[in-house]
Design a protein around this ligand. Structure first.
Ligand code: AMP
Length: 130
């Protein structure tokens, strides 16, 4: 059965798309730690990040690097933090989170509640810098 993220890639479930290429897809996390919190996923369905091939991990990191640069321009921050958890959704993904402090990477923090318009605006802003 397809994961929720595969359904997003297929367009069966809506997402706030930030970027896409043949292999990868980037979209906003719906429970963001900060404005600009983005997920990068491989289109190939693999649960555990470290089960991706060496080539996939390398290419995914290069793709995430480009997205992170866009996030940093759209949402000025000290650095864009990266995390891999995967405890909730069994489809490998990288979290990219603009950080003003180390605390912004605490996944136990309360998540932001944003409107559809805000999400659309955030995705558009990042995309414009890619
Ligand atoms: P984890 O698997 O622990 O890395 O967490 C999965 C992340 O995916 C969480 O931050 C969720 O908010 C996010 N998430 C789950 N479903 C969706 C969705 N349909 N669209 C965007 N983000 C999602």
């Amino acid at each position: 059965m397809a994961t929720i993220f595969s359904k997003i890639v297929a367009g069966e479930i809506p997402s706030y798309k930030v970027a896409e290429d043949e292999q990868f897809y980037a979209f906003l996390d719906i429970n963001p730690l900060a404005k600009g919190h983005t997920l990068v996923i491989p289109k190939r369905e693999v649960d555990y990040f470290f089960d991706l091939t060496d080539e996939e991990i390398a290419a995914m990191q290069v793709f995430a690097k480009k997205v992170a640069a866009g996030i940093k321009k759209a949402f000025p921050c000290i650095k864009v933090g990266q995390a891999v958890l995967g405890l909730e959704v069994p489809h490998a993904h990288i979290h990219l989170v603009p950080m003003q402090s180390e605390r912004d990477m605490l996944f136990t923090n309360q998540k932001l509640k944003l409107t559809q318009e805000e999400f659309e605006d955030i995705a558009k802003r990042i995309n414009e810098f890619l």
